[in-house]
Design a protein around this ligand. Sequence first.
Ligand code: GLN
Length: 492
Amino acid sequence: MTEKDLPALSIADLQSMLRRREVSAREVVDALRARVEAVDGEIGAYLSLDMDAAAKEAEEANVDLPLGGIPVAIKDIINVMGQPCTCGSKILHGYRATYDATVIRKLRAAGAIPFGKTNLDEFAMGSSTENSAMKLTRNPWDLTRVPGGSSGGSAAAVAADAAFGALGSDTGGSIRQPAALSGVVGFKPTYGRVSRFGLVAFASSLDQIGPLTKTVRDSALIMNVIAGHDPQDSTSLNEPVPDYAAKLGNDLRGIRLGVPKEYMIEGTDPQVKAAINAAVKQMNSLGAEIVDVSLPHTDYAVAVYYILATAEASANLARFDGVRYGYRAENPKDVLDLYGRTREEGFGPEVKRRVILGTYVLSSGYYDAYYLRAQKVRELIRQDFAKAFEKVDAVISPTSPVPAFKLGERTADPLQMYLADIFTIAANLAGICGISIPCGFAEVDGHRLPIGLQLLGKPLDEARILQIAHAYEQSTDWHKSRPPIASATHKA
Ligand code: GLN
C-alpha cells in the first residue's frame, strides 16, 4: 500500500494497520494532509485545518487506544480548544474556542486526532451547506451539486477520502441527509445519548452529535467513544454504553422492519423509490420480516419542526450580541445600536428569517396558537413511533426524497429547502435514533448520484440499528463505490 492509498481506508482497516505497526500515525496524518491538499480546492469541505498540530499529536499517539492515531474531522459548530469555531457565520469571526466539547475530550482520550473543522450551513440551519457565510462545498459525486447539509463539509470530506470519519450534528436531519446525498454513512443517536456540551446550540431539544463515516462499523467505533453520560449536559442520559461494534453481524433473522405507508410521498424520485424497494427486498432475503406500519402524524412534522426549532434558535442565538463573542459592529452610537448592527451585519438571511419567525411564535398572544400547539403535535409524533416500535425493531424509509440537487437550485425558495428534510425531521421530534446508509445510485445527467436509506430505531436502541444497517451494508457493494474525484486523483 502506498501513501496515496491510505486515505481511502476505513477507520477499522486503518486501525488494524496502525496496531500491526504497518503504518505509523505520523504517516497517516501526512497522507491525509496530501489528500486534503489534492482535493479540497475543488470540494471545499474544510473551513480550517491544523495539520501541524495533528502531525505532532500523531508522533505521540498510542495506537492501542480505541481510536489511537485516527484523524477525525469536526463540524465547525463543535468547540475544539484553540481552534476557530465559526458555525459558518460571520458573527463568530475571529472567535477561538476556549475549551474542548465533551465529544472532543472523549475523542482525545481515546487517542483520536481532531485535525480540521468542516463547513456547514450557518448555525446548522439548512440542507445544502449553501447557507455557510464562508464558502461553497461541492458534492464529490458531481461538483455542480450540493453535498446536502447542514453537515455538508463533514459528508463531502468523508466521501472524497479527505477524512477517515467526521462528527456532525443533527437537529432535523443534518447528519443523515448530507450522508445520503454524499454517499456515506451518517448516524444520529438518541436524544441524550451523546453529550451536547460544547456543541453550539441551535435547537437544544433536538440537537444531537453523531458520526459520518465510510462504513457502519466505523460509526459504531466512534459511537463507542463519544456516547455516554455527561454531568455537564443536563439532558444527557445516564445509561450504560454497550460495545456497538461487538454486536455487528451478518444476518437479520428475527428482525422486524416497518415500512410506513406515509413515507413514500408524492414527489419522491422514482429512482429513490426503486432503490428503497430493492433494499427492503434484500433485507427480507437476509431474514428480516417486513411489516406495514403507520405514522399518521407525519404530515405535521415539518410544520411542527419549523415552529419549535425556530423558537429555540431565537432564544439560543440571543447571546450573539457583539459583546461576548466574535464579530462586533464598528463605532456604535450606544449599546442598542451595537446589538442591532452586530446582528444585522453578522447574521445571514436564513438565520435572520428563523430568529424573526421564532420570536414571533413565542410572542404573547401567539404562544398558545403556535408554540404550545406544536409541542402537543410533537407528542403525537412521538407516540406514533412508540406505537410502531411495539410491532417492529426499525422503521425504513428513504433518507431524502431526491438525490443531490444542483447548487443554487433551491436557494431562492426556503420552503423547497425545508422539504429536503421531510423524512428525517420526525426522528428529532420523537428523540429516537436513526441512520442513513448508501443503498444505490440514481443516474442523473450522466452522473451517478448516491441514494440513502434511513433506518429509525427506538430510544437507546442504537446497537440494533447499527446491527441491521451493518448486515444490509455487508450484503451490498454500495459503500465500496467511490466518487469520481476519489479515483481520478488516486490514479494521478
Ligand atoms: N435542514 C434542517 C434545518 O434547516 C435541519 C438542520 C439540522 O439538522 N441542523 O433546520
